[in-house]
Design a protein around this ligand. Structure first.
Ligand SMILES: [Zn+2]
Length: 151
């Protein structure tokens, strides 16, 4: 679980947080899953599901790179560390609240909460920039699966 990382529970100031982010090397970037056809599964497409309820959230072909990585690990202001994966869209998410720039992990982007539409599990955040948007979804709250390509 992302919350179980033992790091000091001192709410960092924005400046200290930025310093920490600069000082902390990101883990090796997870390779994007190549959109290779699985010969044995010609009629299935790879999807990303909610780990809690298995609802379809997004798919591998929506995976994107943001700031040179698909996967990012960040601390939040409460000291919890999240590893997130970036997706262009996540139709299985509903977004909540007004977008805020506070403590945004991506420069120039505001964020709002993204929940699973089915079970309302907190799956991550939607990031809104000047002319674009993407989802940063918590890796540990997702799982890979397949579904018929026709749906
Ligand atoms: Zn769910």
């Amino acid at each position: 679980m992302p919350g179980r990382n033992a790091i000091p529970l001192i709410p960092p100031t924005a400046r200290a947080r930025r310093r920490a982010l600069r000082a902390t090397p990101l883990p090796a970037t997870t390779e994007l899953t190549a959109p290779e056809r699985q010969p044995q599964e010609p009629d299935l497409r790879r999807v990303i599901r909610c780990a809690a309820c298995a609802a379809s959230i997004t798919s591998d072909d929506q995976a994107i790179t943001v700031d040179n990585g698909h996967t990012h690990t960040f601390p939040n202001p409460h000291g919890l560390v999240f590893t997130i994966r970036c997706f262009a869209t996540a139709s299985g998410c509903s977004t909540h609240g007004a977008a805020t720039p506070e403590f945004s992990w991506f420069v120039g982007y505001r964020w709002r909460i993204a929940l699973c539409r089915e079970c309302l599990a907190h799956l991550g955040w939607q990031y809104l920039g000047a002319g674009d948007a993407f989802f940063g979804l918590i890796a540990a709250r997702l799982r890979s699966g397949t579904e018929p390509a026709s749906t």
